[in-house]
Design a protein around this ligand. Structure first.
Ligand code: DQA
Length: 166
C-alpha cells in the first residue's frame, strides 16, 4: 500500500474563518475528510498533519524518509521564505507536490516566489480544496508508474548481474 504524508503549514488551521473570500469556507477538517475519503478509494494510506512551526514541518518532512512514498505539502506563508523547508524536501528526495488553495501568482508580488517549488514534482494553485485531491491522484499515479517501472526493470538487472556484466 502506498503511503503519503500530507502537511499543512501555518494558519491553515484557521481555514473556514480565515479570509473566506480568498480561501473559501471549508474548514481544515472538511478538507482533510475529503482527502481521507479519496485516499480510501485509491487504497493509499495518508497521514495528515498541520503545524504553525517551521521546524516541526522540517522534522515531519525528514521523518517521512522512513515509511512514506511521497509528500503533499501546502507550506502556506513558509512557501515564500523557507529555505529550511526547501532543503528538507530536497534532502529526503521523496516525490513531493506543493498545493496552494489560492493562485499565488495572481496575488501580491511577495507570494509569486516559491522557495519550495523548485524541488517538487509539481505545484497546484488556485483550485481550492480540489488542489489537494488532484495532488493525491497525481502522486498516486506517479508512484504507481514508478513502482511498475522498477518491477519490470528488476529482472533485466538481475540477468545482467548473473552474467557478470554489471
Ligand atoms: C497559501 C498561499 C500563501 O501565500 C499564504 O501565506 C497561505 C496560504 C494558499 O494555500 O493559498 O497561508 O499557501
Amino acid at each position: 500500500m502506498l503511503r503519503i504524508r500530507v502537511l499543512h503549514g501555518p494558519n491553515l488551521n484557521l481555514l473556514g474563518t480565515r479570509e473566506q473570500s480568498i480561501y473559501g469556507t471549508l474548514s481544515l477538517d472538511d478538507i482533510n475528510s475529503t482527502i481521507a475519503k479519496l485516499a480510501k478509494e485509491l487504497v493509499v494510506k495518508v497521514d495528515i498533519r498541520q503545524s504553525n512551526h517551521e521546524g516541526e514541518l522540517v522534522t515531519w518532512i525528514q521523518e517521512a524518509r522512513t515509511g512514506y512514498d511521497g509528500i503533499i505539502i501546502n507550506p502556506a506563508s513558509y512557501t515564500h521564505t523557507s529555505i529550511a523547508i526547501r532543503d528538507a524536501i530536497a534532502a529526503v528526495s521523496l516525490p513531493t507536490i506543493e498545493v496552494h488553495l489560492s493562485n499565488i501568482h495572481q496575488r501580491e508580488e511577495f507570494r509569486h516566489r516559491s522557495c519550495t517549488a523548485g524541488v517538487t514534482l509539481g505545484q497546484i494553485v488556485g483550485l481550492g480544496a480540489t488542489g489537494y485531491l488532484l495532488a493525491l491522484r497525481g502522486l498516486h499515479e506517479h508512484l504507481t508508474a514508478s513502482r511498475r517501472q522498477k518491477k519490470t526493470a528488476a529482472p533485466a538487472t538481475a540477468r545482467r548481474v548473473a552474467k557478470g556484466t554489471r
